[in-house]
Write a protein that binds this ligand. Structure first.
Ligand code: SF4
Length: 63
């Protein structure tokens, strides 16, 4: 599964705290997701981050 942060992100930092393996904060103050495929424990944590995002800015792509 791949993850993507859209432009609704308000930069709260929650996803980067919940799953730093996938999400990180940019200098612009918003989050980005690592471009690669995520699986295993990282996928579980990334899904948790996705569900926890207050503005639902994280999208997942199943390939
Ligand atoms: S949890 Fe949502 S709003 Fe907060 S930094 Fe991550 S993508 Fe942005």
């Amino acid at each position: 599964m791949k993850f993507h942060v859209n432009s609704d992100c308000i930069g709260c930092g929650l996803c980067a705290n919940t799953c730093p393996e996938v999400f990180s904060m940019t200098d612009a103050g918003t989050a980005v997701a690592a471009p690669g495929d995520v699986d295993g424990l990282d996928e579980s944590a990334a899904k948790e981050a996705m569900q926890g995002c207050p503005v639902s800015a994280i999208e997942s792509v199943t390939e």
